[in-house]
Unconditional design. Structure first.
Length: 287
């Protein structure tokens, strides 16, 4: 076996040639380095929407690999049919839930993570991709490393490599973009809320979309199943979670940056959403 590998490597080396400048390369690194990686699985359709209190929303990426069984993943205003043998990526601050399972039994791998810069993955938004042999092998290595619990650096590199392979997918490997059911309401609201230095009012968001406040509220609830006000509060709390995890800023600074009037109002809102105080959340994330 070793002789075969050596022979194969020798054949590849013969194709390299000699560079004009062995100290200068035109290849730039584009590896996405994920952080705070969590792997878990669902083996029944009934577990997909737990907890059932509204649609899921958080500041993390969610990589889903449908190894066995399929269902529809509703992401914001779009529905993506995730069939067996396909995967997809849900982006931070995207509402998502699951409908129309092919059956009760399934085997889905979930990998949630954070990444400071993942612009190279934007073409995967709302799209599924084929799980070929290379991705399945990388998934196997990833889970094996995660179960080992003793090499976080290797875990980061293996997921980074997997994301690098996924980033290069195109053509037949990707599904077509699904049509919107309520065009642009959710992503437009998220864009207005997250990109504003000051917390925009519902009236300002409605004006930016060219619709009435009542139409905005009704359309948002129809699309997401929760009120617009609750969603905007949740967005601020999720952004606060990210800042508590990845920065050393004080609770007061984070409260101000996330447009809360005071530390007290920030703490009350944070606890009502997550059930813990901001400081308790920071301590738990440091473990």
């Amino acid at each position: 076996m070793a002789d075969d590998a050596s022979e194969k490597l020798e054949k590849l080396i013969s194709r390299l040639g000699i560079p004009s400048d062995p100290l200068l390369s035109d290849r730039k690194g584009e590896l996405i380095l994920p952080e705070n990686i969590i792997c878990f699985q669902h083996d029944s359709a009934a577990k997909l929407n737990q907890p059932a209190d509204g649609r899921a929303l958080h500041h993390r990426f969610v990589l889903i690999l449908a190894l066995s069984g399929g269902a529809t993943v509703c992401v914001e205003d779009k529905a993506v049919r995730l069939k067996e043998g396909r995967g997809m990526l849900v982006f931070p601050f995207q509402f998502h839930h699951y409908t129309d399972p092919q059956g009760e039994d399934l085997k889905w791998l979930f990998v949630t993570f954070e990444a400071k810069d993942a612009t190279e993955l934007e073409h995967l938004r709302y799209r599924s991709f084929k799980l070929d042999e290379s991705l399945l092998t990388l998934g196997e290595d990833l889970v094996e490393t995660y179960l080992g619990k003793d090499n976080n650096d290797l875990l980061v590199m293996r997921l980074g490599l997997m994301l690098g392979v996924i980033r290069r997918l195109s053509g037949r490997s990707l599904s077509k973009l699904p049509e919107s059911t309520v065009e642009g309401i959710v992503p437009s609201v998220n864009l207005a809320a997250l990109n504003s230095k000051d917390q925009p009012t519902v009236e300002e968001i409605a004006a930016s979309l060219g619709i009435s406040v009542s139409h905005l509220r009704a359309s948002f609830r129809a699309s997401c199943g929760i009120s617009l006000g609750r969603h905007l509060r949740r967005l601020r709390v999720e952004e606060a979670c990210r800042l508590l995890r990845v920065t050393k800023k004080s609770v007061a600074e984070i409260a101000d940056e996330c447009n809360f009037n005071s530390i007290d109002s920030f703490s009350r809102c944070f606890r009502s959403v997550l059930g813990v105080t901001p400081l308790a959340y920071r301590k738990s994330s440091e473990k």
